[in-house]
Design a binder for this molecule. Structure first.
Ligand SMILES: Cc1cc2nc3c(=O)[nH]c(=O)nc-3n(C[C@H](O)[C@H](O)[C@H](O)COP(=O)(O)O)c2cc1C
Length: 181
């Protein structure tokens, strides 16, 4: 495979990650920086745009949002176990709270899941047991995070050669180079 083909392949895998229910990219590891510490958590892939902007949903009160407000450097790690394929997006994040922009995303959230964004206490607050979560009638604390990659790493382990490509964002899209795996 040539580099442009690999970029297309990579994009298809990411798009399948949110459009195909059982695709392993549906859940990925999302990293933020808290002071000088790495902070990782699993999130659901909601959308990938043609320019690789990648969207997740979260609570405006979550730690990841606070981290991004202080330091918007983030990373997203995807792994496909059957294909032995790893994709990493490194870049900057934007927290979107504008109501108009959120509308189409909020309306796609299932009725049960909507409740998750209305807990009386912020995510991470201490409770006595898992039943002890109260919900409020206030506006939901829903927001989206846009991950805007400036570097993409592709690694596929296979015989005879592993394939690793590093892509950097340029004015004309992502430009890749083969790398020693
Ligand atoms: C399978 C799975 C999917 C998850 N998806 C999301 C998600 O899409 N958005 C989110 O904010 N948290 C999601 N979480 C919870 C996060 O992993 C994390 O615990 C939570 O968001 C708090 O993280 P923070 O305190 O670092 O912000 C998910 C957890 C699991 C186990």
């Amino acid at each position: 495979m040539m580099i442009p083909e690999i970029l297309e392949n990579l994009k298809h895998e990411l798009i399948h990650g949110f459009s195909k229910r059982k695709h392993p990219f549906r859940y990925f590891s999302f990293g933020t920086i808290q002071n000088n510490n790495v902070s990782l958590r699993t999130v659901v892939l909601r959308k990938v745009l043609p320019d690789f902007t990648t969207i997740i949903y979260t609570d405006t009160r979550s730690q990841k949002v606070a981290h991004i407000k202080k330091n918007n450097t983030v990373s997203a790690l995807f792994y496909h176990p059957k294909k032995l394929l790893q994709i990493r997006l490194d870049g900057k994040a934007i927290v979107v709270t504008d109501k108009e922009e959120l509308k189409p995303f909020w309306s796609a959230v299932g009725e049960n899941a909507k409740k998750d964004y209305t807990t009386a206490l912020a995510p991470g607050a201490i409770i006595n047991n898992p039943d002890a979560v109260n919900y409020s009638d206030n506006e939901p604390n829903f927001c989206i995070i846009k991950i805007i990659p400036n570097h993409i790493e592709y690694l596929q382990l296979k015989r005879p050669n592993h394939i690793r490509v590093g892509f950097d964002k340029t004015e004309n899209g992502f430009k890749g180079s083969f790398l020693v795996p």
